[in-house]
Design a binder for this molecule. Structure first.
Ligand code: PEP
Ligand code: MG
Length: 579
């Protein structure tokens, strides 16, 4: 039984598919003399990336106790030494230079030559090092070929993906009808990978330090996403226990589905709008079937994932207009690209580059405003899709009014150009909203409310930036707490600023989909919550059992507290007595 962070609830039972163990398909070709330099720098970049990966794993290994930690520590140190050795990298470089082979082919040739040398050694310890050499070689190859983005099709049914790290782009490739769930060594609870897993309904456990040491391909696994457990080759009794839990969960889901057409009203008759967050177009059916009032957050990053080129205006228009049409008159809030920080896309690697503090760097609206060739086609597609139904434009990571003004200027320019082209666009132009997810934006909410048509509070980033806790970092995950009084005050401040300016305000961070927070949020004056479609029935059920006045009184009591433990106790106590 291995422990980690349960980031997406549910239970999955199935065979292990260990991603890093797969054989790599490598293309081999000759390169002209003019390409030798470029090929050597590709190799250098891949080797540097491999060193970074092993470095991260080494830090992770410190968290494990006992013999396994020592064993893993030695192993990773040996890998680091190999990656830094001139013998290995120099050997590969020589093959690129002398044999004029591409970097992948040169790595393969050098690795098999060194592994061969080790294997012929008498000493059994040294001959076993051949495996390490191969592993290091494969790591460089993976970094060279970017195969972390390979698909997960054709695996055994209900396979459980086991990997060092799973990116949001990887998750986007997992089909919940085929894949059972996943577990990985790195990652935090509010990272985008975790959000994606929750929205796809894939049970997931991240931050399991000794995962790759303990699991072999084909092992029978149970992923317990509620309790953060990975059970390896379970006993018959444990398996039967989990199968019973699966049945209970299915029964509960059926019961909750009956709430679909029940209006989300509190016991004292106050209506709360419930909208959905959409990560991938294939969840659209869930959105339309969930009985939601609209799409409160359409993350557009999926259009940029798992590809090396950028989507053009036409492609984006097709996708957006299909979503708008499918929602049949219910509003669709489309967010401009929020790439950067932890959400990287290969097609944008060059624009973003490596940053010392990616979350504080060229991310989201900052990137869009710097690169108009990203923003303009996206805005054009939104304006055109807005002709098919109510569409709102949402801007991520806004910190100052000038950014909102700059985007309005772009929208006007793009609109004029489209009209000149004779293209039909939304008329009037779509409302323009601002994500409040940076503490500075929350504190300046009054001035932003003068420019924005609506606010959407992104509590995932707001918590991260307020508490300086990386939402995707498992080692500080225990400190990530949206119930910290500082975070709650910023939410309250923003809601009040929106009410003063008479603009709508919603919450679309992960707490909006957690029934534990529902009473507190509505008590603070929020009347619009946007969440993953799967969370909607539970939140609705909480609203039905809640009294708005009582929630308001409890929220005021909570806001007088300075200690997050006390806040949590007051909230949990209110939730228990009301249900
Ligand atoms: C947030 O930050 O709360 C949010 C909703 O956006 P994302 O999770 O995509 O950063
Ligand atoms: Mg955010």
């Amino acid at each position: 039984m291995l422990e980690g962070l349960g980031v997406a609830p549910g239970v999955a039972i199935g065979p292990a598919y260990v991603r890093e163990s797969g054989e790599l398909q490598v293309v081999e070709y000759q390169i002209p003399a003019s390409k030798v330099k470029a090929e050597k720098s590709r190799l250098a970049e891949a080797a540097a990336k491999a060193v970074r990966q092993v470095g991260k794993l080494k830090i992770k290994a410190i968290g494990i106790h006992g013999l396994a930690a020592e064993e893993l520590g030695y192993l990773l140190e040996a890998h680091l030494q190999m990656l830094n050795s001139t013998r290995l990298i120099g050997g590969i470089e020589r093959r690129i230079e002398v044999d004029r082979r591409n970097a992948e082919a040169a790595v393969m040739a050098e690795i098999s030559a060194i592994a061969q040398e080790f294997m012929t050694m008498e000493d059994s310890y040294l001959s076993a090092r051949a495996d390490d050499v191969r592993e290091v070689g494969h790591r460089i190859l993976r970094c060279l070929t970017d195969v972390e983005f390979h698909g997960f099709s054709g695996l055994d049914k209900d396979s459980i993906i086991i990997a060092e790290e799973i990116s949001p782009a990887d998750t986007a490739l997992m089909d919940p009808r085929e894949i059972g769930g996943f577990a990985c060594v790195l990652g935090g609870a509010e990272g985008h990978t975790a959000i994606m897993a929750r929205s796809l309904g894939l049970p997931a456990v991240v931050g399991v330090p000794n995962l790759l040491l303990r699991i072999r391909a084909g092992d029978m696994l149970i992923i317990d996403g509620n309790n953060g457990l990975v059970v390896v080759n379970p006993t018959a009794a444990r398996l039967a226990g989990y199968e019973r839990r699966l049945k209970d969960m299915a029964r509960e889901t059926r019961a909750l589905a009956r709430l679909r057409d029940v209006p989300a009203k509190t016991r004292d008759g106050q209506h709360v709008a419930l909208q959905v967050n959409l990560e991938l177009p294939r969840e659209l059916a869930h959105a339309t079937e969930s009985g939601a009032d609209g799409i409160g957050l359409l993350r557009t990053e999926f259009m940029y994932m798992n590809r090396s080129d950028l989507p053009d205006e036409e492609e984006q228009y097709e996708v957006l207009s299909e979503i708008v049409r499918a929602m049949k008159g219910r509003p669709v809030t489309v967010r401009t690209l929020d790439i950067g920080g932890e959400k990287l896309a290969t097609s944008l690697g060059e624009q973003i580059g490596e940053a010392l503090n990616p979350a504080l760097g060229l991310r989201a609206i900052r990137l869009s405003l710097k690169e108009p060739q990203l923003l303009r086609p996206q805005l054009a597609a939104m304006l055109r899709a807005g002709a098919h139904g109510p569409l709102r434009i949402l801007l991520p990571m806004i910190t100052t009014p000038s950014e909102v003004r700059a985007v309005r200027g772009e929208i006007d320019r793009v609109a004029r150009r489209l009209v000149r082209r004779g293209v039909t666009i939304a008329d009037p132009l779509p409302p323009l909203g601002v994500m409040i997810e940076v503490p500075g934006a929350a504190l300046a909410a009054d001035s932003l409310a003068q420019l924005a048509d609506f606010f959407a509070i992104g509590t995932n980033d707001l918590t991260m930036y307020t508490l300086a806790i990386d939402r995707g970092e498992e080692r500080v995950a225990h400190l990530y707490n949206p119930l910290h009084p500082a975070v709650l005050r910023l939410i309250q401040f923003t809601v009040e600023a929106a009410l003063r300016a008479r603009i709508p305000v919603s919450v679309c961070g992960e707490i909006a989909g957690d029934p534990r927070f529902t009473a507190l949020l509505i008590g603070l004056g929020v009347r619009d919550l946007s969440m993953t479609p799967k969370a909607l029935p539970r939140v609705k059920s909480r609203i039905l059992s809640c009294d708005m006045h009582a929630a308001g009184r409890r929220a005021m009591m909570i806001m007088e507290q300075v200690d997050s433990g006390r806040i949590a106790a007051l909230l949990d106590d209110f939730n228990e007595t009301a249900t």
